[in-house]
Design a protein around this ligand. Structure first.
Ligand SMILES: NC(=O)c1ccc[n+]([C@@H]2O[C@H](COP(=O)([O-])OP(=O)(O)OC[C@H]3O[C@@H](n4cnc5c(N)ncnc54)[C@H](OP(=O)(O)O)[C@@H]3O)[C@@H](O)[C@H]2O)c1
Length: 280
């Protein structure tokens, strides 16, 4: 089996490149390969026999997407259409990475795979468009929604909080945004299991449980020796940013569970992330 990973320099893509055998994985990313430029991606399909495309490339800056909705649509939706069309032409199975931000966050309980998406920001709208395009173009696809992903060295909430603590800066974090933090290493392994065991379709894959952004930041600082560092609790309504996140964008891995794909609690995943961080 040969895997093509788009966005191979990003948080999740780089993990696939690390854990898959070298002779079975091809990684593509900017600037050499741009998913909005069909010819740059086509040549990879022309020269290789690809079985799976793990499509991680995306414009993932949620506030950036709010400021540049056309760019969000271009990369996340039109770029996905390019990749999906090539998968159809070359008979490759596509795994599209999607997000909890396709939901509006107003549901009382966790979102299951068949809940109706209703995104409230440009990023979520562009990712939902990517999902719809994938479903229209392909029969052989997995859509994997995840949330609050973090990896060592990636651009993510955990590294941002640690940086503020390290430099003694004031830290304010919202108490009323809830989600499931997901360790990218766990997610990558779960995706590889899922595509072996489960039929095509839409899946949620997050570490189990949920927490507020504030609760996550507090746990992180307590585990890293910053117990005495204060975090100012604030409300989403008082936090000035360009995009609005779903207030309760909690995913439940209902479908994956049926096929024995289970992720551990976010607390233990976070501890392992910190252990691995210390070894670097
Ligand atoms: N991070 C999360 O919390 C989260 C949550 C839910 C879902 N997801 C989804 O999971 C996937 C992976 O996320 P991630 O956190 O690993 O993202 P990431 O770290 O931002 O990586 C995305 C990669 O795609 C590249 N890219 C951007 N535009 C491209 C283009 N036009 N052509 C080719 N490559 C392009 C980026 O390059 P540059 O860095 O140079 O732009 C980056 O290397 C994404 O589809 C994302 O929407 C992420």
């Amino acid at each position: 089996m040969t895997y093509l990973v788009t966005g191979s320099k990003g948080q999740l893509g780089s993990i696939f490149v690390d854990i898959l055998p070298d002779d079975l994985v091809i990684g593509i990313d900017l600037p050499e390969y741009d998913i909005t430029d069909v010819e740059s991606v086509r040549k990879v399909f022309d020269c290789n026999s690809i079985d799976y495309v793990i499509h991680c490339a995306a414009y993932t800056d949620v506030d950036g997407c709010a400021r540049n909705p056309e760019q969000a649509m271009l990369v996340n939706a039109i770029g996905t259409e390019t990749v999906a069309n090539l998968c159809a032409e070359y008979d490759a199975t596509m795994i599209l990475l999607s997000t909890n931000e396709v939901f509006n966050g107003n549901k009382l309980y966790s979102y299951v795979e068949w809940d109706e998406p209703s995104p409230i920001n440009s990023y979520g709208q562009s990712k939902l468009a990517a999902e719809k395009i994938t479903e229209e173009v392909l029969d052989n696809y997995f859509i994997v929604r995840t949330s609050w992903m973090y990896a060592i060295g990636g651009v993510n909430f955990l590294h941002s909080i640690l940086k503020l603590a390290r430099f003694g800066k004031e830290i304010s974090v919202v108490t009323d945004e809830l989600g499931a933090p997901t360790y990218a290493n766990d997610l990558a392994i779960a995706i590889l299991e899922l595509i072996k065991r489960a039929p095509y379709g839409v899946y949620h894959l997050v570490n189990s449980g949920n927490v507020s952004r504030y609760g996550l930041a507090r746990r992180l600082l307590d585990l890293t020796g910053y117990n005495s560092v204060d975090i100012q609790p604030i409300l989403l309504g008082d936090y000035k940013r360009d995009s609005r996140p779903p207030r309760k964008g909690i995913l439940a891995n209902w479908e994956a569970y049926k096929y024995g794909v289970v992720l551990r609690p976010w607390q233990t995943a976070l501890e392992e992330f910190l252990t691995n961080l210390r070894y670097l």
